[in-house]
Ligand binder design. Structure first.
Ligand code: NDP
Length: 412
């Protein structure tokens, strides 16, 4: 029987890859709802092709734009879906009876409310959005247990770990090892990091992703978020989650068991594999991803991360140990700092400084509801903005047309 898929963030990188899987397997999947932000042009094309019943966009302005694009594309009136706006509509479609599988791929903490609604409705949730667990891990995992939600990680490292954990008993796990590509500055001397540009930081060596996650990969903040996510997903203390730099990004995760055996998950770098796994688990299906040719000689390297050059990874461990709102603050401050870096208001090394300063100033109380998470997130953003202003001094937005746009959208 066809499974009905709802995609939070259909116009993004993960969202488009999810639609590719749906398109290749029309007998298995059909789209129930598409949720996006502001890219009405791409969304109109997706509506024409996948004919969802419901679509949710950011606001009325985007909805009007979308109507215009649908008309230009000649989409017949009877094929125009219900066009909704805002958070409540997102939550309703995520929890709707017609949603069998929810793919959570909105970027930022904006993805939390609808993902949480899907979790509370006991859906199969393919989780790409990091902020759901980084900002609201305790709250969300409590709901996962209470509502028997199947929360399957899409992020390649956690997806790999999910597979490795099937090889043994949880009580026999000694540690989880997450791999990191090391980003574009893996070998850049500390002295040069202060002056790297947004264009250099956006040049990720192995993955093609959205802007924020690409910068977070360059600072290793992304790996820090993954450590936090892994702690929540697999019920591990931070000390049992180790990060190893593996520039080839072919081994995604490893689990070491009590007998010294290490189980690794290996796959070419193509997000359609983990997305599809989240949709088919516990089964597997053919996936349209490149295969590794084991007849070719190859070398894979593994080494420790440099916490001095990449302090955000250390801060992530500390925030997870501290608990409460700390990881929510970490994420919010990082988002503001990354946006300011893309706008060339602050330098690359200032990202970590802004995050650390914000962590030291924002209150880290326990977060008992989605609204409490969003309030803590907002408060941390305001502090982080002050920290950015202090560091940026009189520097206003950079003239570079390449970065002003995306950075501006990240800051919202
Ligand atoms: P993109 O930036 O490519 O896409 C983000 C999506 O979120 C877009 O569809 C965007 O809509 C939508 N969006 C943004 N804000 C809102 C909002 N307020 N309401 C509704 N929709 C919104 O990001 P990615 O696809 O790269 O990443 C998505 C998430 O998955 C992130 O949390 C990322 O960390 C995580 N992830 C991504 C991986 C990857 O390989 N890309 C790997 C692992 C995790 P629009 O464009 O229409 O404004």
């Amino acid at each position: 029987m066809q499974k009905r898929v709802t995609i939070l963030g259909s116009t993004g990188s993960i969202g488009q890859n999810t639609l590719d899987i749906v398109e290749r397997n029309p007998e298995k999947y059909r789209v129930h709802a598409l949720i996006a932000g502001r890219n009405s042009e791409l969304l109109a094309q997706q509506i024409r092709q996948f004919q969802p019943a419901v679509v949710v966009v950011a606001d009325d302005f985007v909805r009007q734009e979308l109507r215009g694009h649908l008309e230009s594309l000649g989409v017949p009136r009877q094929q125009v879906p219900a066009l909704e706006v805002g958070r409540l509509a997102q939550e309703q479609v995520a929890a709707a009876t017609e949603t069998d599988i929810l793919i959570s791929a909105i970027v930022g903490v904006a993805g939390l409310p609808a993902t949480y609604a899907g979790v509370c409705a006991g859906k199969r949730v393919g989780l790409a959005n990091k902020e759901t667990l980084v900002a609201g891990g305790e709250l969300v995992m409590r709901a996962v247990a209470a509502h028997q939600c199947e929360l399957i990680p899409v992020d390649s490292e956690h997806n790999g770990a999910h597979q490795c954990f099937r090889a043994g008993d949880p009580k026999d796990v000694r540690k989880l090892i997450l791999t990191a590509s090391g980003g574009p500055f893996r070998n850049t001397p500390a002295a040069e990091l202060a002056s790297v540009s947004p264009a250099q930081a956006l040049n990720h060596p192995t993955w093609k992703m959205g802007q924020r996650i690409t910068i977070d990969s360059a600072t290793l903040m992304n790996k820090g978020f993954e450590v936090i996510e892994a702690c929540w997903l697999f019920g591990l203390p931070p000390a049992m989650v180790e990060v190893v730099v593996h520039p080839q990004s072919q081994v995604h995760a490893m689990v070491e068991y009590s007998d010294g055996s290490v189980i690794a998950q290996i796959c070419a770098t193509d997000m359609r594999m983990p997305i599809q796994y989240a949709m088919t688990w516990p089964q597997r299906d053919e996936a349209p991803v490149p295969r590794i040719d084991w007849r070719q000689a190859r070398e894979w390297q593994f080494g420790p991360p440099d916490l001095n050059r990449f302090p955000l990874l250390r801060l992530a461990y500390e925030a997870q140990e501290a608990g409460g709102a700390s990881t929510c603050i970490l994420n919010a401050a990082d988002e503001i700092a990354v946006a300011a870096f893309l706008q060339q208001r602050i330098g690359f090394l200032d990202i970590a400084a802004v995050v650390e300063e914000t962590l030291g100033r924002a209150p880290a109380q326990r977060l008992e509801s989605v609204d409490a998470v969003l309030s803590a997130d907002q408060a941390a953003r305001e502090i982080a903005l002050q920290m950015v202003d202090l560091r940026a001094g009189g520097r206003s937005l950079a003239a570079s047309p390449d970065h002003a746009g995306p950075a501006a959208s990240l800051a919202t």
